[in-house]
Design a protein around this ligand. Structure first.
Ligand SMILES: C[S@@+](CC[C@H](N)C(=O)[O-])C[C@H]1O[C@@H](n2cnc3c(N)ncnc32)[C@H](O)[C@@H]1O
Length: 220
């Protein structure tokens, strides 16, 4: 159910600003993450290192890019072709502002896109990253199908999501998020592993960090 007037991600709800603030402030935002969802914000930053390991010429898809937190992993002069995709133009504007601040704007191309119908060819990307995203989508299984479709065999998919099987403690967060139209049905860690395996990404392990789960796999 969506409460009329609160808006969803496409409407750039106030929540988006609060969320962006939290991920861009390691100390104060880190405390919010620690006490709010019992998760270590530094784990998110560490997960973006995957981007920095890509060689020059690699194609990277970041969906949903949000305010551009994953750009922390991109190095100036790295020479990758980085597509930042999100359903909200406002988020893309934020990502590009972050890219300019970080000196990586020459590598980043913003693209309005719905993760449920990505406007890219099969096997187009060497790396797909999706941080704090799956629980926001109306159909996370469909999102996994699309993200793995555009990933080439041998490529890496990695990301994070608030999962459904983290206990009663996080149930108010999930219910409130859905009520506000900011969260979709979400999934458990086992469902995510199953969806990825069915799409040619086997042996994925989900590492827990409070309400959040981090995943990484290679498409065979
Ligand atoms: C919690 S933010 C996470 C963004 C970023 N990856 C991060 O970790 O900061 C969720 C993002 O998902 C985007 N989003 C929601 N539904 C989407 C969809 N169907 N397709 C693409 N992006 C979507 C929102 O606009 C928002 O920027």
């Amino acid at each position: 159910m969506k409460v009329p007037g609160l808006g969803g991600w496409g409407d750039d709800p106030a929540w988006a600003t609060v969320y962006d603030w939290s991920v861009e402030h390691p100390r104060a935002g880190g405390l919010v993450w620690r006490f709010g969802i019992q998760s270590d914000l530094r784990r998110l930053y560490a997960a973006t290192d995957e981007i920095g390991r890509q060689p020059a010429g690699a194609r990277v898809l970041d969906v949903p890019c949000g305010g551009g937190v994953a750009l922390r992993g991109l190095r100036p002069g790295q020479g990758v072709d980085y597509v930042a995709a999100d359903i909200a133009q406002t988020m893309l504007d934020r990502t590009m502002a972050a890219a300019r601040r970080r000196g990586v704007a020459d590598q980043v191309v913003p693209r309005v896109a719905d993760v449920g119908a990505l406007p890219f060819e099969d096997d187009e990307f060497d790396l797909v990253v999706s941080f704090t995203g799956l629980h926001c989508f109306p159909d996370p299984a469909r999102a996994v199908v699309e993200m793995t479709r555009v990933l080439r065999p041998g490529g890496v998919i990695t990301g994070s999501a608030i999962l459904n099987d983290t206990g009663l403690r996080h149930e108010p967060l999930r219910r409130g998020g859905r009520l506000a139209g900011l969260m979709g049905p979400g999934c458990t860690g086992a469902e995510l592993v199953h969806w990825l395996a069915a799409r040619g990404v086997p042996d994925v392990e989900v590492e827990r960090s409070g309400a959040m789960g981090y995943f990484r796999g290679v498409k065979v």
